[in-house]
Ligand binder design. Structure first.
Ligand code: ZN
Length: 218
């Protein structure tokens, strides 16, 4: 459970670069930050302002920040927008890129702000600046293809299964985290915080389940 102290610390850090965010409030068990994000390009030119609501889930960092665009500037259609909140990136990619530096400021800087900037680019040019990822399971597969340097959903599944599905024999194999220890002396002693390429074990397993379900892989 993320502490109030941690939330306020991350908020204060984010304020230096995103000064129009209001102080976090507790909503049920999660934390909510309302406010605005100004999109400013690398040369310092102002593009646009977005009204947002950011959720810091109580399970953070085992669950990630969520961005909600609440000013009506981003059409709430499936090809623009996931129905629940903005599809800023896949969770796997965010964990992988931010690593141990998974803070509100870094997430805003490297994901939320570029995501909003990209929407402005798309409005003008009808295309995203960096190409577009598929939504849902297809997007998750695309991401793992790049991370694992493999091709196709079956290859992605195979790699994820090797991490997520433990057998009796795999207990004695080298741990997937790269520590050099056996799985029984490493992963099995500390499962919650275990990561592969910066991605928490529970996220890898969730993604595996989603891909298996979407592509009907057994
Ligand atoms: Zn390990």
């Amino acid at each position: 459970m993320v502490s109030e102290e941690e939330v306020i610390k991350q908020y204060n850090e984010a304020l230096c670069k995103f000064p129009k965010l209001e102080r976090p409030t507790r909503v049920n068990q999660d934390w909510e930050i309302n406010g605005e994000i100004d999109v400013i390009d690398d040369e310092g030119s102002f593009w646009d302002t977005y009204k947002v609501k950011i959720i810091i889930p109580h399970h953070f960092p085992l669950s990630l920040f969520q961005l909600h665009e609440v000013g009506g500037k981003i059409p709430k259609q499936i090809d623009w927008h996931n129905s629940l909140y903005c599809c800023v990136s896949t969770n796997a990619r965010i964990y992988h890129v931010l690593g141990e530096e998974c803070t509100l400021l870094n997430w805003l800087d490297k994901f939320a702000h570029p995501y909003l900037a990209n929407h402005i680019v798309r409005k003008i040019t009808k295309e995203y600046a960096s190409g577009e990822f598929a939504h849902g399971a297809a997007g998750i597969v695309q991401d793992y293809e790049m991370l694992f340097k493999v091709k196709g959903e079956h290859a992605v599944c195979k790699k994820l299964k090797a991490i997520c599905i433990l057998t009796k024999c795999s207990r004695n194999e080298a741990c997937f985290c790269g520590s050099g220890k056996k799985i029984k002396n490493c992963f099995l002693k500390n499962q919650i915080t275990h990561k592969y390429m910066g991605i928490p074990f529970n996220q890898l397993c969730e993604d595996l389940a989603e891909i298996k379900f979407a592509y009907k892989i057994h």
